[in-house]
Design a protein around this ligand. Structure first.
Ligand code: ADP
Length: 301
C-alpha cells in the first residue's frame, strides 16, 4: 500500500476535525477524497504531507511513518496545497529551479525542463507566475509537486476555481500522472471523481462514510447488478427466475420489473430472447445506477 492511515484523529483545540479515520490507498491508483467543506480533507492531507501532526493514530506513506520518518515521507510525496502558495514575482522557470533546489536535486536544469514539458508550460515558462491564468498557476503547482519525482501525489482541490476548459485539461493531466504515480486528490466536485478516479473515499464531519470503487458505490454491491425492465405486456416472474444468474425479481410497477443478477452473468441477451419467445416488446431496459449526487447527499446530509 502507498498510503496507510490507521485511526487518525486530529483536534484543533476543542474542534475535532478527524475522528479515528482509517483507509488505505493502493500503489498506482487514483483515489478521490470527497467531502463537503469542513469535512476534514485538507487536515488529512496536511497530516499525510507532514505539515501538521496528528493528535493520535498512525499514517504511513510508502511504508514511512509521517511522524517518525517525516524526511523520508517528504521525499516520497509531492503536495499541491489547496491555496497553492506561489511566488507571484518569480518567473516560472526560476520558481521551479528554486523548488528543485529545496529538494537538493543535482540535475536542476534538466528536471525543470522535463516538468515544463510534462505539465504543458512550454509557452509560459518565461512568464512571471503573477501573469499566469489560474489554470497555468495550477500547472506550475503540479510541476513543483512533481519536481523530485515522488511516488505519491497529494493534491488538495486541484481544480477549484478553474474554468470548464482548464478543468478538462487539469483532469486529463492528473489522469496521465496517475498512470505512473499513486494519486490522492480532494474535491467537492462529484463529476470529477467519476471522470478521473479508480476509487472514492467520502469523508463527512471527520469520519469516513464510504470507501470503494465508483461502480460499487453506485450499484451498492460489487457482485450484483440490478436491471430495470419494461415490457408491453405482463409475463410470469418465473420466466426471469429461470435465467442463469438471476438472484431476485420484483415487480416495481404494472409492466416494470427490477431484476437482480450476479454481475458475471450478463442476462440482457437472455431477456431479449425471452421477449422474442413470448412475443413481448421490450420498451426499456437499463442497468440501475444511483447518481453520485444521491449517494453523496445520503452519506453527508
Ligand atoms: P475540508 O478540507 O474538508 O474543507 P478542513 O480539514 O479544512 O476541511 O477542516 C476541517 C475542520 O477543522 C473544519 O471545521 C475547520 O474549520 C477546522 N479547522 C481546519 N483548520 C483549522 C485550524 N488551523 N484551526 C482550527 N480549526 C481548523
Amino acid at each position: 500500500m502507498s498510503i496507510e492511515v490507521t485511526k487518525i484523529s486530529k483536534e484543533y483545540g476543542q474542534q475535532k476535525a478527524l475522528n479515528e479515520v482509517s483507509f488505505s490507498v493502493g500503489e498506482g491508483s487514483i483515489t478521490g477524497f470527497l467531502g463537503p467543506n469542513g469535512a476534514g480533507k485538507s487536515t488529512m492531507m496536511k497530516i499525510l504531507t507532514c505539515f501538521i501532526p496528528q493528535s493520535s493514530g498512525t499514517a504511513k506513506v510508502c511504508g514511512f511513518d509521517v511522524y517518525e520518518n517525516s524526511f523520508e515521507v517528504k521525499q516520497q510525496v509531492g503536495y499541491l496545497p489547496e491555496h497553492n502558495p506561489l511566488y507571484l514575482d518569480m518567473y516560472v522557470k526560476e520558481y521551479l529551479a528554486f523548488a528543485a533546489g529545496i529538494h537538493k536535486l543535482k540535475n536542476i536544469d534538466e528536471r525543470v525542463k522535463e516538468m515544463i514539458a510534462i505539465t504543458g508550460l512550454t509557452l509560459e515558462q518565461r512568464k512571471k507566475i503573477g501573469a499566469l491564468s489560474k489554470g497555468y498557476r495550477q500547472r506550475v503547482g503540479l510541476a513543483q509537486a512533481l519536481i523530485h519525482n515522488p511516488k505519491v501525489l497529494i493534491l488538495d482541490e486541484p481544480t477549484t476555481g478553474l474554468d470548464p476548459n482548464q478543468l478538462v485539461e487539469i483532469r486529463a493531466l492528473i489522469k496521465e500522472l496517475g498512470k505512473e504515480k499513486t494519486v490522492l486528490f480532494s474535491t467537492h466536485i462529484l463529476q470529477e471523481v467519476t471522470a478521473v478516479c479508480d476509487n472514492i473515499i467520502i469523508i463527512n464531519k471527520g469520519e469516513i462514510v464510504a470507501n470503494s470503487d465508483a461502480k460499487t458505490l453506485q450499484t451498492g454491491n460489487k457482485n450484483q447488478t440490478v436491471l430495470l425492465l419494461e415490457l408491453d405486456k405482463d409475463i410470469e416472474i418465473a420466466n426471469f427466475l429461470a435465467i442463469t444468474g438471476v438472484l431476485d425479481v420484483r415487480k416495481s410497477e404494472k409492466l416494470k420489473w427490477k431484476i437482480t443478477y450476479h454481475h458475471q452473468n450478463d442476462i440482457r441477451p437472455a431477456i431479449m430472447q425471452l421477449a422474442v419467445n413470448h412475443q413481448r416488446t421490450i420498451l426499456s431496459m437499463k442497468i440501475e445506477e444511483q447518481s453520485l449526487e444521491d449517494i453523496f447527499q445520503k452519506l453527508t446530509a
